[in-house]
Write a protein that binds this ligand. Structure first.
Ligand code: PMV
Length: 349
C-alpha cells in the first residue's frame, strides 16, 4: 500500500491463515508466548474483512459473517475494548464489520489467525489514517502484528508474506514477544515452492479450545524442557531454511508436531486429539518418504487433521500418493490443496 489516506472511516483487507512449523504452546501475561514459534502463511485459506466506522445508533459492534449477523461480534467487542488503550479513537465510534472466509467453516482450518489478522490490518490502517502516519512503513506492519496477537496469538504471524517468527530468540535482535517479524531475506529458493495438503480427518468442534490448551502448559512437568526444545528446533529449522536442507526440515517439523501432541497427552487433564486415521496417515507418510526418498513430512495443530508438506518439484508424485493412499482416511474423501502465500492484501474501495 502507498501513502497515507486522510480521514478514512473504512478499511478492507484480505489476510491469510498460517501454519506453524515450530509450535507456540503455552502463554504468559497478556497473549505472550512461552516459546518462540515459526510459521508460513497459506495462499488459498484467507479471511476478508471490512470495517466501517460510524456514529449512528448505539450498537458498538455490528458483525456480519458471510452476510449474516453473528454472535462473534461479542468477542470482537471485548477485543476492541481490550485494545482501546492502544487505539483510544475506538471509544468514539461504532463498528460495522463484514467478514468472510475463503474456506468452509467445517474445513478444519483454524480461522482465528486469518480473521484477527484481517481485523487488525483494518484497525491499523484506520489508526494510521486517523493519526496521519505513513502507512507503508515497518511500524505499520509491526502494529498490525501486535494488534493481531492480542486477538489470537498465532494471528500475529499472518500479517507478513512467507515465513515469520514470533517470540524472543537469540537469532534476531528484533524478535519480540509482542509481535512477529518477517523472515524476508536469505531463505533458500526451494522453500518458495512449499506446498501444504490439508488432509481433513475430522472437521467437528475442537475437543479442547486453544486457550484451555495453552493453560495446560502453566504447571506442566515438562514446561522447561519444552521451551528449550522449541528454541533448539527453531535454530535448526532456521538453518535448514537458509541452506535448503530438506532432510533437516522434515526432521524438525515432525518433531515439533509430535511434541505439541506429547505435551497435550502428558498434561493434567490430558487430551489425545489424534485419531486412528491421523496415526495411519502419519505412518503411511513416513513409509512413502523412506521408499520414494521424496522429502515429505507432516505437521499437525491442536486437532486431528494432518498437513502434508512437500515441495513443488515433487507435486505429481505426492498428489498421486495422496489419492492412492491417504484420501480414504479423509472425511468425505476431501483434501485442501494449499501452498506458501504472499501475505495480506489491501482491498481498494
Ligand atoms: O493462536 P492460538 O491461541 O489459537 O494458538 C495456536 C496454537 C497452535 O496452532 C497449536 C500452534 C501455533 O503456533 O499456531
Amino acid at each position: 500500500m502507498t501513502g497515507t489516506v486522510k480521514h478514512i472511516h473504512w478499511s478492507h483487507w484480505k489476510c491469510p491463515s498460517n501454519i506453524a512449523l515450530v509450535k507456540y504452546w503455552g502463554k504468559r501475561d497478556f497473549q505472550k508466548p512461552m516459546n518462540p514459534s515459526l510459521s508460513f502463511v497459506l495462499r488459498n485459506a484467507f479471511t476478508e474483512t471490512s470495517v466501517e466506522l460510524h456514529k449512528d445508533g448505539d450498537q458498538k459492534v455490528e458483525f456480519y459473517f458471510e452476510g449474516v449477523a453473528s454472535s462473534f461480534g461479542e468477542r470482537i467487542e471485548k477485543y476492541l475494548s481490550q485494545i482501546s488503550i492502544h487505539l483510544p479513537w475506538i471509544n468514539k465510534y461504532n463498528f460495522r464489520i463484514h467478514s468472510r472466509n475463503s474456506f468452509p467453516h467445517s474445513a478444519g482450518i483454524a480461522s482465528s489467525a486469518s480473521s484477527f489478522g484481517a481485523l487488525a490490518l483494518c484497525l491499523t490502517e484506520l489508526d494510521f489514517a486517523i493519526s496521519g502516519k505513513e502507512a507503508d512503513s515497518p511500524e505499520f506492519w509491526q502494529k498490525a502484528s501486535e494488534l493481531a496477537r492480542m486477538g489470537s496469538g498465532s494471528a500475529c504471524r499472518s500479517v507478513y508474506p512467507g515465513f515469520s517468527i514470533w517470540g524472543k530468540t537469540h537469532l534476531f535482535e528484533s524478535a519480540s514477544d509482542e509481535h512477529a517479524i518477517n523472515l524476508a531475506g536469505g531463505i533458500h529458493p526451494i522453500f518458495s515452492g512449499l506446498r501444504d495438503a490439508i488432509l481433513l480427518v475430522d472437521s467437528g468442534t475442537k475437543e479442547v479450545s486453544s486457550s484451555v490448551g495453552h493453560q495446560l502448559m502453566d504447571n506442566h512437568l515438562y514446561q522447561h524442557s519444552r521451551i528449550a526444545q522449541a528454541h533448539q528446533n527453531l535454530n535448526e529449522l532456521y538453518l535448514a531454511l537458509l541452506t535448503g536442507n530438506q532432510e533437516k526440515f522434515v526432521g524438525v517439523v515432525e518433531n515439533e508436531a509430535l511434541s505439541l501432541h506429547a505435551m497435550m497427552m502428558t498434561s493434567n487433564p490430558s487430551f489425545i486429539l489424534l485419531k486412528p486415521a491421523s496415526l495411519e496417515m502419519i505412518s503411511r507418510i513416513r513409509r512413502f518418504r523412506t521408499k520414494s526418498k521424496i522429502p515429505v513430512c507432516f505437521t499437525i495443530d491442536a486437532g486431528p487433521n494432518i498437513h502434508l508438506l512437500y515441495f513443488q518439484e515433487n507435486e505429481l508424485d505426492v498428489k498421486a500418493f495422496i489419492e492412492r493412499e491417504l484420501l480414504i482416511f479423509c472425511e468425505n474423501v476431501k483434501w485442501i490443496d494449499d501452498q506458501i502465500g504472499a501475505g495480506p492484501e489491501r482491498i481498494a474501495k
